[in-house]
Design a protein around this ligand. Sequence first.
Ligand code: BGC
Length: 785
Amino acid sequence: MTSLLYRYALAVFALVLCPPAPAQTSSAALASRAGTARTSLSDPSSEKKVDELLRKMTLEEKVGQLVQYSAGQPTGPGTGRTDYDDMIRKGEVGALFNITTARQTNAYQRIAVEQSRLHIPLLFGLDVIHGFRTEFPIPLGLASSWDPLLIEQTARVAARETSASGIRWTFSPMVDIARDARWGRMTEGAGEDPFLGAAIARAYVRGYQGARLDAPDSIAACPKHFVGYGAAEGGRDYNSVELSEHTLRQFYLPPFHAAIDEGAATLMSAFNSLNAVPASANPFTLKQILREEWGFQGIVDSDYTSVGELIAHGIANDGATAARKAFLGGVDMDMVSSLYHENLVRLVRSGEIPEAAVDEAARRVLRVKFALGLFERPYADEAKEASAMLQPDSLMLARTAAEHSFVLLRNQDFSGRGPVLPLSNQTKTIALIGPLADDHGDMLGSWAGQGRPEDVITLRTALIQKMGAQNVRYAKGSEILGGSDDQLVEAVKVAEQSDTTFLALGENAPEMTGEAASRAFLGLPGRQEQLLEKIVATGKPVVLLIFSGRPLTLPWAFQHVPAVLAAWFPGVEAGPALVRTLFGEANPTGRLVVSWPRSMGQEPLYYDALSTGRPPRDIDLTHPPQNGIEKFVSRYIDEQNSPQFPFGFGLSYTSYRYANLQIDKPSLSAKNLNDELHAKGNTRSTLLSVSADITNTGARAGEETVQLYLRFQGTSVAQPVRALSGFQRVSLAPGETKNVTFQLGPEAFAFWNDQNKFAAEPAHVTLWVAPDSSQGVQGTLEITK
Ligand code: BGC
């Protein structure tokens, strides 16, 4: 992607108008709608076809559409079946997943289309989370680009590759708000903020589903896990969740609402219980909110065996009850647990489930199959499958995405000589140390799709390409977990003999990040901290590259290592992207989408927290309290409240100055805002413009992510101390100043209030145009009655 084209696309993205919003919505849900044409799931002609088909179907066949198995993993929990051919032939299965090649999908599809009574095609799904074969950075890294357009493009590539294998459904995007770095699945999402999360959710849906869902290279999106999954108590995966309706509506639902509003064809219900009601049998979220308020017409799929898990949750004592509760609670399709397969027909015959409800659920499945064009084109073209993968432009995009995902956290020599990065091309020798310096598999992150370790260019390979093998001295130094004293000794020797050291440390992607990978300690695993300290002790300049699916607590490193880059897991182009960044061919632009903790005890840690009645204003929290004034405030006695690095933070090789905040009106009226908010059929109006001058004060061209934050005070319910309400990326030549303007519509001023409504209220508003969530130029505004 050339930068000109890129900028043009961004400009288009920023300019397109927002279509009308659904009646009940939030500001964050509306974030950054790009206005791409959306395919309707239910057009009259396909609804007619669905009706005709439903009339011909037996009850068993209708239930069959609600049954989904993992045919590719016969040994996984809840599977173990081998009789798929027979079930498909009898119309007892509607969807399969974990089958990964065109040959396999076609083989099953042939049975469904050619040998079943009604010839209804199967829907094949897969977890394509950040790429199919071309693996992009993990979603947390992609989100750190703060670039929905780029994310949309990665999802488009993923859709092209996935559909080439006959898979027309991905279980992505994961749009769970993640406020707790202990939760391993933070790696799969867009971080802690609902506004950014909503914009990114839309981007994924647009990318996967394309302009037309029935185009052969489009795949159905599946926002997940509905809902509250990221708020697992203690950050422990699958754990119970308690969220007030206020928190749910204002923080956790907006990215889902945005994805649905963008046209997502399916949605996955979560494993967790929400306020004691399991999310996979929760009529409040699945029926009232999703169907009635948001008008969702697509499929609700359960998570993997989450229907069967209702028994372990304790709301069902047998499979039939679990099936009944999940189904009546709003889950259309049962992933893997086979309880719909075994029980739904009987439950209808006994009158416990109305047949009309089964008709409606089957209708939703058929609707999605028609929308995807599966009836017209059930098969993948096996001859074209291989050529769809790893296309040169896909790899170029993977490199760009990786470069945009890196977040430069520190870049300052301790002896006052200034920044360490970028390295000069004159650098003669580099010591490359660490268990992740030449690791192929981990670069793919968790949920690596069909990504193969051999597709990855590692940092070691790319560095040798740049500098020549004789100038790159490599030592592993330790394993990710474990290692030997000899490895340490060798690494120190290598560092001592070189000009600069790159230290590639971090987590093991598949085991320490992603599902079922919650951590109670967030430091470097194994002996890596020891390795780090030994290398720093050599006195040579050290650049620490952290590979992880979450922020790691590394207080020592941030005090002793001059340059630190959060590299996440960058995907197939890890090495080239890192080398270009470290040598300044790419200037880091990534920004944190999660607050980076100082210590694990601060979790859950997020910037958009409510104030307390005792905020520690103007109190120095770097030391323990020494008197009552310092003590009786909301603080820790042994740690600061602030994060190591705030949400929105990220350095660049240049610097920026923010000045001249302008707000075009001193006040707005709440009545007017609410009238606008509820006006139907109109494009949203701009009610307020906020602008600031951003200057590139350094010597390099750069791209700054300019962020807008709002705070409301004097309202019916407490509001976050800051909430992101806009962001824009601007390119600035050295010395250049640009005036950046945010146009705010009524939704920017609405929140979930004490009347259980999204509405604007009289308030004192503080606005910041800012480089991150902890600073910025600031102004105020009054919202009158
Ligand atoms: C995960 C889902 C995933 C599903 C299918 C579950 O264990 O929670 O995110 O889509 O498996 O693989």
